[in-house]
Design a protein around this ligand. Sequence first.
Ligand code: FES
Ligand SMILES: [Fe+2]
Length: 329
Amino acid sequence: MTIMNVATTTTIERGYDNLPLPFGWFGVGMSNDFQPGDIKTLRYFGTEFVMWRGEDFQLRAVDPVCPHLGAHLGVNSTVEGNDLRCPFHHWSFNGEGQVTNIPYAKVIPPKLKKGCVKKWRVQESDNVVYVWYHPRDIEPLWDVVKLPPCQAGSEWVLSETHEWIVNIHIQEITENGQDHAHFAAVHGVPGAPSAEFKLDGYSRRNTVVAEMNTPRGPMQGKIDMAATGPGQSMTEFTDVTNVLMAQQLTAIDSGHTHQRWQLYHPAGISEGKMRVTKARMRDLVKQVVQDMPIWANKKNLTQPFLVDGDGPLMAYRSQYAKFYDTEPA
Ligand code: FES
Ligand SMILES: [Fe+2]
């Protein structure tokens, strides 16, 4: 799998440094990238954490610094049963960040037993690994969203996965979907799409009926996007094909975002349908790649000069503000 890194080529001050990061559930990898015994250091949210899969197949994650003498728990550590063992003096930690074993000490002090390393909440859903990030580490405010049901009682089949590192703040990537005028300019979609935009708590739903470039030429199609939180969305494209795009966006820091896609089609489609479905998927990938040079070089404008026909960008921004913690840390 290749990760495309779109470099910044301009030298203007872009205004993304030190912007706040939203809280939520964020994709940090695919489930099958973690076998039992695997340990990975993951760098997101301007920090890092260590994730491992235990013998019981559960994923767990904790902060990287061993409180004993400061070794990095992601370097030369090992998985012992379900616990993570520090390489330096072999202290073991469970997924709660509690010390479970010190091989040379007769007693484990209660403070260490209670938990001395920050734990990260981990969930796996539809082959994706998610962590909950919040600057004050409060409990999750919503659940990870599962794939919607597939039409006609069929199952979704995972057809392709893609990922990119994009030089842009996470908020701007989903803003792109509300930016109606760019569809014609950047993606060559004829005509402005008609849109229905609904906000509901931590979720946002967008139904767009648009003229789409399909493998059989331009035709009316429906794009039904449901996003929950800033990190997760499911978009169903229905035209001659039926494609579901599960997307995860995860802030690496305020200027860099990891974007992941899983593209699904219904089970049991004919060979002919498969050909047009694959062409549809190629077109989706082509479209996001068309956005990237603009994302990677644009400036953060808090007061853009919007005109009639631009789409509900400011409504999107005001809803997005919900995902920023306003309490002092
Ligand atoms: S530094 Fe980790 S066990 Fe000593
Ligand atoms: Fe776009």
